[in-house]
Design a protein around this ligand. Structure first.
Ligand SMILES: Cc1cc2nc3c(=O)[nH]c(=O)nc-3n(C[C@H](O)[C@H](O)[C@H](O)COP(=O)(O)O)c2cc1C
Length: 480
């Protein structure tokens, strides 16, 4: 395992590694497609650059945006990307992923209104208008990763063993742990619809009904072993998303839109190999009965048949915008965010990060080619550092994607798009270097609020003292 993967001195060095690995990643240095407007249903955004949802875990304890939340969104508004995909926001308190996640309830509405306003104002001040900007909010229920208590859709032989009921005591979900009931899920559909109405009321352009990263709605998509109306057949597993989208369509209406960030491939759970330090799949049996978008005979491979059928169904319910993602940040983090250095308590990457980038691009291409008039947002760009924009340009020209977005790359460098517009290139000293500090902060819980805020430590001084505090506490606890 090399100490460092990203050692490229030039784009040609990177091209050589891509050729050596035999993956389909191409680069175009003459930028043009990234500046072109993109149609999203009845709206058009001003360029093809976007910002992925990036939770800052910096809300107040009652789920309102906090000072660092306002700061981040303002920087995104100022940044020049024309699609701002707002972060994970719970629709009910028991579905919160952490004690400082945002919560879209009635009491917090004025604060969300202020958040949208600050973001739009920052954009207007720099670019003169926000009529070609779309801002969305990701609506979520964290399911088995809910911090108050796991809420699981089905028992998963490998994932249950890493789903903590009491982390301090090392207690995980076992076979006796109850599943969320059908009645609960039915009521939850309405909570999503109420949240969508609230989002429309305070000025968001769209909501994302989140179906990625193994949170509840994503878990339901793979609930083959669940009994009752939300499990088993494809029709049952997609009942919840169908019902939510149908209700939003009839009760909220255009031009407000419902979109979805979805996993087209969940993969299988990985664990740390104590000998190599890298991740390895937790042993599993085939045919594989769990997760979504997996080949049941070889779940280390994708099978996009069901994700494509799901997107076709969502198209029929008025969805014009999807954001393609893969994997679980909890048990196979290298899939979703190819990284250079492992997060705390994680594992070193078991594959060259370029393979992860290529997996994202290939899956996204398949979706985009199947639905040429759907606005498809691509993921997996940040590890490419300053070259990500050339990869995005090439993917846009090749019609493998409609909008090129970054997550970690945006908290490191919120005005990346402004630089691309003004200078035709990214500043290498501002790009994300994928060394997992943001994830480390996100996983750090031992302060008085039960959660540290997350941000980019190497590129944003606001997070340096916060990180120092985390490291000091870990040292005192005997952790490295
Ligand atoms: C600190 C942190 C917060 C994140 N928050 C969210 C989130 O709220 N919603 C979501 O769908 N993905 C979230 N992600 C995943 C990113 O949006 C993105 O998919 C991932 O980082 C890979 O894209 P990148 O290579 O451009 O970073 C988060 C990732 C990190 C590291």
């Amino acid at each position: 395992m090399p100490d460092k993967y990203f050692t490229y001195k030039s784009i040609d060095d990177l091209r050589a590694d891509v050729a050596h690995l035999g993956v389909d990643i191409s680069f175009d240095e003459k930028l043009d497609a990234v500046f072109q407007p993109v149609r999203i249903g009845p709206r058009t955004i001003g360029n093809a650059m976007g910002i992925h949802p990036m939770e800052g875990c910096d809300g107040t304890i009652d789920g309102k945006p906090g000072e660092l939340t306002y700061r981040r969104w303002k920087r995104f508004g100022d940044g020049g990307a024309k699609l701002i995909w707002g972060e994970a926001t719970a629709v009910v308190p028991e579905g919160l992923a952490n004690s400082r996640q945002l919560l879209l309830n009635e009491a917090n509405l004025p604060d969300f209104e202020r958040l949208v306003k600050i973001t739009r104002t920052a954009h207007c001040e720099r670019y003169g208008t926000d009529s070609d900007l779309m801002i969305g909010l990701q609506l979520t229920h964290s399911g088995r990763w809910s911090y108050r208590a796991p809420m699981i859709a089905y028992h998963h032989p490998q994932a249950d063993g890493v789903t903590y009921v009491d982390k301090a005591k090392g207690v995980c979900v076992d076979a006796s742990y109850p599943l969320v009931t059908d009645d609960y899920l039915e009521q939850l559909e309405d909570a999503y619809v109420e949240a969508a109405k609230r989002a429309a009321k305070v000025g968001f352009d769209f909501v994302d009904i989140k179906q990625c990263h193994t949170y509840l709605l994503n878990e339901l998509l793979g609930a083959r072993t669940r009994e009752g109306k939300y499990g088993g057949s494809f029709e049952n597993r997609t009942r919840m998303i169908r019902n939510i989208l149908s209700k939003i369509k009839s009760e909220v209406g255009s031009p407000f839109q419902a979109a979805s960030r979805l996993n087209v491939y969940d993969g299988v759970p990985f664990e740390l190999d104590p000998v190599s330090g890298a991740g390895r799949p937790i042993p599993f049996d085939t045919p594989y009965q769990y997760n979504f978008g997996v080949d049941v005979n070889d779940p280390l491979r994708e099978d996009l048949t069901e994700p494509i059928a799901l997107i076709a169904m969502m198209r029929g319910l008025g969805v014009h915008l999807v954001n393609v993602s893969v994997g679980s940040p909890y048990y196979n983090m290298h899939y979703g965010r190819p990284f250079e250095k492992k997060p705390f308590e994680g594992y070193e990457t078991p594959e060259h990060p370029l393979l992860g980038v290529a997996r994202h691009f290939a899956a996204t291409e398949k979706i985009q080619r199947t639905f040429p008039d759907l606005a498809v947002v691509g993921t997996g760009y940040s590890w490419l550092q300053k070259y990500f924009i050339s990869a995005g340009e090439s993917n846009l020209r090749r019609k493998r994607v409609s909008i090129v977005a970054v997550g970690r790359g945006a908290i490191a460098y919120p005005d990346f798009a402004a630089d691309v517009i003004a200078k035709g290139a990214l500043n290498p000293s501002q790009v994300c270097i994928a060394i997992s500090y943001c994830t480390n902060l996100m996983r750090s819980k031992n302060n008085e609020l039960g959660q540290y805020p997350s941000g980019c430590v190497p590129r944003d001084d606001a997070y340096v003292p916060i990180y120092k505090d985390v490291l000091a506490k870990r040292k005192a606890e005997g952790k490295t």
